[in-house]
Design a protein around this ligand. Structure first.
Ligand code: F6P
Length: 546
């Protein structure tokens, strides 16, 4: 149950909302010429601008009161101190140890994990470098040309998103592929384009039991054994998991196996050996720059006062809109084509972590939890769902992300991209009044009747909030910083909502039912009795068409 202080802090925020109901963001700018300076934080190469929000200094003070009432600082110390913050699985969540480059001791339930973290990273990086330089070769004797990562969820989204984001840093002689879906089209379409002899397959699965990953890995293994011979499996396969015994049964040699630990959640695992494909692609040096970005944010998160702490501010703004204003969605729009998969990555991070209705102690939550997160790169989204962002009946707070310098792109294209990003946050905030629309239509020569008919459709209410993350360039370090910002944001929100952000029981039921239904789908002789009539009817229809 939420403490009396948390209840009181939420109540104070709800009362304060009334002060802002009639004030527009543009008025807040007019009242305070220093608003941009006061409502933005520069963090190394990232500038976090949160001035285009429905917040004043009082709002921030009250939100920080809420954070203090929820003991965010105490829970942050527990997280960083390796206490079992994942209560239902009785584990720490110590992904910060994976990016602790200095190796200073970090404790998981009192035990320093850094010696094993450093040893495993050294082993993984040495292998990655050897593959990259051709010192380790494929079964054919030729250097590897293609890397296929088999994994799903956290064992796919992190490396797949990062490999795409950091494409300019990936060695030109290597192509990275990511196969996640159990739909054979994913594997089939990928393999069609590959030289099997010079392809390295990485089987990535924390549990090494996930049906999608194991099915894809087994199919590829069968193909390699059939086409190149059984001995080629040892040369062209490697694995990443916490379940080392299960890998041995798959037939992968121990020097090709890279471990991590149960205190690394799947959606926090890109920093571990799960990042092997990325490390092969961009090289160990740049991979460490990526880790350094994560470490930069860990330091900032641990040390900055709540009022200037970027992940805390991100979390509090999210709470303000979700719980006090009732906004149920959140859009993430990178004006950066290479960040194409970033919204999908954040969907897992935010929605698998905080999509919960039960508090840590097992009772119902008292406040709404994670919003629905969605997004697409700009400018593409502008020509698809931005209509709703500007004029829809739902208010959607937006995160815009944009680089100042394009990585390898034409500067003229980038100027247009950049201007569009700024224009969208400006349009959301300013809107367009009825008077402005009438003046516009009059200037265009519209008649009074035409103005009367069209004007309501051309009005933009405005006053719609957004943050902008402006980064110098999408480097490995900046990407690491961005990911870690969102990770800690999610943690802080989980603390305030009093939920376990590190478990994911909600994915279990579907997995269990699928196991049973797979038998019914595979064997037409099995009776579907006892099933609901929809599921039975769908199976019957499928059987008829097979
Ligand atoms: O189904 C959810 C999930 O457990 C995620 O949390 C995880 O990232 C993904 O499946 C993959 O799990 P594994 O790495 O064990 O294959």
């Amino acid at each position: 149950m939420a403490s009396a202080d948390v209840v009181k802090a939420f109540r104070a925020l709800r009362v304060h909302r009334a002060d802002l109901e009639t004030r527009r963001i543009v008025d807040l700018f007019a009242e305070d010429p220093q608003r941009f300076d006061r409502f933005s934080v520069a963090l190394d190469d990232i500038l976090f601008d949160f001035s285009k929000h429905r917040v004043t200094g009082t709002t921030l003070a009250r939100l920080c009161d809420l954070a203090r009432a929820a003991d965010v600082e105490g829970r942050r110390a527990a997280l960083l101190g390796g206490e079992p913050v994942n209560a239902t699985e009785h584990r720490p969540a110590l992904h910060m140890a994976l990016r602790n480059l200095s190796g200073t001791p970090m404790l998981a339930e009192g035990r320093d994990v850094m010696p094993e973290v450093l040893a495993e990273r050294r082993k993984m990086e040495a292998f990655a470098e050897a593959v990259r330089t051709g010192a380790i070769r494929s079964a054919s004797g030729a250097p590897f040309t293609d890397i296929v990562n088999f994994g799903i969820g956290g064992s796919d989204l992190g490396p797949a998103m990062a490999a795409r984001a950091l494409a300019p840093f990936v060695a030109e002689h290597l192509t990275l592929h990511f196969v996640a879906n159990v739909d054979g089209a994913d594997l089939g379409d990928t393999l069609k384009r590959l030289p099997l002899e010079t392809t390295l397959f990485i089987v990535c699965s924390k549990s090494f039991t996930t049906i999608e990953t194991m099915t894809n890995a087994r199919s590829a293994r069968g193909l390699v054994a059939a086409r190149l011979g059984e001995a080629a499996v040892a040369e062209n396969f490697c694995a990443v998991s916490t379940q080392l015994d299960k890998i041995a049964a798959f037939g992968i040699e121990s020097d090709r196996v890279f471990g991590f630990w149960d205190w690394v959640g799947g959606r926090y695992s890109v920093w571990s050996s799960i990042g092997l494909s990325l490390c092969i692609g961009i090289g160990a040096e740049k991979f460490e720059k990526f880790l350094l970005g994560g470490q930069d944010i860990d330091r900032h998160f641990a040390e900055a006062p709540l009022e200037r702490n970027v992940p805390v501010l991100m979390a509090l703004l999210g709470i303000w809109y979700r719980n006090v204003w009732g906004y149920a969605t959140h859009a993430v729009i990178p004006y950066d084509q290479r960040m194409l998969r970033f919204p999908a990555y954040l969907q897992q991070l935010e929605m698998e972590s905080n999509g919960k209705s039960v508090s840590v102690s097992g009772g119902p939550v008292e406040e709404a939890t994670a919003p629905v997160v969605f997004g697409e790169p700009g400018t593409n989204g502008q020509h698809a769902f931005f209509q709703l962002l500007h004029q829809g009946s739902e208010i959607v707070p937006v995160d815009f992300l944009v680089a100042v310098q394009p990585s390898g792109a034409d500067p003229e294209h980038h100027r247009i991209l950049f201007a569009n990003c700024l224009a969208q946050s400006q349009a959301l905030m300013q809107g367009r009044s009825r008077e402005e629309v009438e003046a516009l239509l009059t200037a265009r020569g519209s008649s009074a009747a035409q103005i009367e008919a069209l004007a309501p459709h051309m009005v933009f209410a405005g006053n719609r909030p957004s943050s902008t993350f402006l980064y110098k360039r999408l480097s490995p370090r900046v990407l690491g910083q961005l990911i870690a910002l969102y990770e800690h944001k999610v943690f802080v929100q989980g603390v305030i909502w009093d939920i376990d952000s590190f478990d994911q029981w909600g994915v279990e039921l579907g997995k269990e039912l699928a196991t049973r239904l797979t038998a019914l789908v595979s064997n037409p002789a099995l009776a579907t009795e006892g099933l609901d009539s929809s599921t039975a009817g769908l199976i019957a229809a499928a059987r008829k068409h097979r």
